[in-house]
Design a protein around this ligand. Structure first.
Ligand code: NI
Length: 177
């Protein structure tokens, strides 16, 4: 497997609506997931979507234990999620700061559903069905947005809450993505 270059905002491939996976448990799918895992680990990301490495398929990975980029976040188990379907539990939204490996060095304040159910499949085609909240719910929404060509700055409601990490959070020593 390999560390792949991550596309950056402005690359039109980040705006594509990705296609569903039709066959599970294939060498191609396992290879893609290996590349995504290596790339996310190398960049210390909380999540990565296949289109970010130029592959327009509905595959995301996410998970954080102790991540210097998100020092206050609760742990999220490492998850491979394929062909995801998200269903909000209610109409509660919460604002939170987000970053993205495709928008390096920046943060923005984004409203997301506070609670949601997500369904999908793992690499072998086993069903995943979880109901989550807070940071876990935020990460899933952020990653799945990539599959529809949406980057988090498009969801920032007040652009005064979007800027360079080092200026927004001086002295906090957040890892520069
Ligand atoms: Ni992202």
């Amino acid at each position: 497997m390999a560390i792949k270059p991550v596309l950056r905002m402005g690359d039109p491939r980040l705006l594509i609506v990705s296609r569903p996976i039709e066959r599970f448990d294939t060498p191609e799918l396992r290879g893609l997931l290996g590349d995504m895992e290596d790339t996310m680990a190398a960049l210390n990301g909380a999540g990565l979507a296949a289109p970010q490495i130029g592959v327009p398929l509905r595959v995301v990975i996410f998970g954080i234990e102790d991540n210097a980029r998100y020092p206050d976040a609760e742990p999220v188990p490492y998850t491979v999620l394929i062909n995801p379907v998200l269903t909000p539990i209610d109409n509660d939204f919460e604002d939170g700061w987000e970053g993205c490996l495709s928008v390096p060095g920046m943060r923005g304040l984004v409203p997301r559903y506070k609670r949601l159910r997500y369904q999908g499949f793992d690499v072998s085609g086993n069903a995943i069905d979880r109901t989550v909240e807070d940071f876990h719910a935020r990460v899933v929404q952020h990653e799945c947005d990539h599959l529809d060509g949406i980057l988090y700055p498009m969801r920032v409601e007040d652009l005064r809450n979007f800027g360079f990490t080092a200026e927004l959070f001086p002295g906090e020593d957040l890892t520069d993505d």
